[in-house]
Design a protein around this ligand. Structure first.
Ligand code: S3P
Length: 414
């Protein structure tokens, strides 16, 4: 391996595709068992690598020199081999600093709690210190000299302003797990940072946003540390704006495009066209429900009622929302349930297909909108819900192919 990333288990890593955006070099993801790490570092058959969990600290004894950040934090995420001598760097500090900036969370004079006590927790402490936080507590499952437990956090630090999660809790595939914090226990809480980047918005981030707090996941940090690492690998500088540009590209590629809107507004038609043009998989929540139950939507309504359909629909949404890079068409009533919206936003960008009432058509196969009166009622009731949950609105006009083309242009330019 010449360039790459080492860690113990890396099925979730986005690093390969981030580095592919940064330059024309092979970047390999390599899983190394704990017993093999020392031999790997001794042989050092690489030019430059990134190092991730759980080796950021274990790599230190193998390094001839450390940069200032690595020394301050006591962990490295970048190692360069210069004629057999290994030099260690910490570019996570840069990445996390940029993440705070991107999230619009100002740590100056603020009280912060760091969840977790591994290498990333140490990075968070160094960053918060540099950003001027007035008080920093580290919270872990076990109390130690430098770490308090979760119960003590809630009991003795009610006045914290910022929470930074550095534990892997909530990472794919266990996306509905969070650290044991109740945001309600912290009346001054204003911002939440989560180092988890897969899913793009962790359960912690979604909960914080639901409460109106500023909250960001770890993708910006991941891209930031990669940009700086690549600069060190090749001893070069990227232009200002590279981080933002690569972040937007990777985000767009990973995000599910989720179409919401009234029955017969064209979600399935536009969805299939978008998927074809973007080379993505297309999923329709109604179709997933039909596959899961072996019944048509009409049959589920007729035999078991709407409530049962809604349960099946939520189950289908939970299944799809942990995946990335899909185009998803939702049933017209799906986003009326706030939990479904939360699920869809985990990895998704919600696009509302706005089509005038006169252009919508009642259909026999749609039990709730089978006549014009019902369609009209549903339209009035749902329009504000569609508008409120949407990240972007597309007016349905012209041919599907043209609309898909325009929508893609907007996605790439906005
Ligand atoms: C529904 C719309 C349908 C389907 C079900 C319920 C609704 O999907 O999920 O009949 O509540 O409006 P489409 O919007 O794809 O027709």
């Amino acid at each position: 391996m010449k360039y790459g990333c080492i860690g113990e288990r890396l099925p979730y890593s986005f690093s390969k595709e981030i580095h592919a955006e940064l330059g024309d070099y092979e970047y390999e993801i390599r899983e190394i068992a704990p017993d093999d790490l020392d031999a790997f570092a001794e042989v050092a058959d690489f030019q430059a690598i990134n190092v991730t969990i759980p080796y950021k600290e274990r790599m230190l004894p193998h390094l001839a020199e450390l940069d200032e950040g690595a020394r301050a934090v006591g962990a490295v995420n970048t190692v360069v081999n210069r004629g057999g001598r290994l030099f260690g760097y910490n570019t996570d500090i840069y990445g996390m600093t940029k993440l705070f900036e991107h999230a619009g969370i100002d740590a100056r004079g603020r009280r912060a709690a760091i969840l977790g006590s591994g290498g990333t927790a140490k990075t968070a402490r160094a960053v918060l210190t540099r950003l001027g936080a007035s008080e920093i507590v580290t919270v872990g499952r076990r109390e130690t000299e430098n770490t308090i437990g979760y119960e003590r956090l809630a009991a003795e630090h009610r006045d914290i302003d910022i929470i930074v999660n550095t534990t892997p809790l909530g990472t794919f595939p266990d996306v509905r797990v969070t650290a044991a914090v109740e945001f309600g226990a912290f009346p001054k809480l204003a911002g939440v940072i989560d180092a988890v980047y897969n899913p793009l918005r962790s359960a912690l981030v979604l909960e914080a946003r639901r409460l109106g707090l500023r909250a960001e996941g770890g993708l910006y940090m991941l891209v930031g540390q990669a940009v700086r690492a690549s600069e060190i690998f090749f001893d070069r500088r990227y232009p200002e704006g590279t981080l933002e540009e690569v972040y937007q590209k990777v985000l767009l590629r990973k995000e599910n495009l989720v179409l919401v809107g009234m029955p017969s507004s064209g979600k399935s038609t536009l969805g299939a066209e978008l998927a074809r043009r973007l080379g993505r998989e297309f999923c329709d929540t109604d179709t997933v429900v039909e596959e899961r139950t072996g019944l048509t939507v009409g049959e589920i309504f007729a035999r078991h009622g709407e409530a049962r359909f809604r349960e099946e629909e939520s189950a289908a949404i939970r299944e799809l929302s942990v995946r990335t890079g899909l185009v998803i068409a939702t049933g017209g009533g799906a986003v009326l349930n706030a939990d479904n919206v939360t699920e869809l936003k985990r990895n998704g960008r919600l696009i509302f297909l706005e089509r005038d009432l006169d252009e919508l058509t009642p259909t026999d196969t749609r039990p709730l909108t089978s006549d014009r009166e019902a369609l009209k009622r549903k339209y009035a009731e749902r329009l504000p819900v569609y508008r409120a949950c949407a990240d972007m609105t597309v007016r349905v006009e012209g041919l599907p192919a043209e609309l898909a083309k325009k929508t893609i242009e907007r996605l790439f330019n906005e």
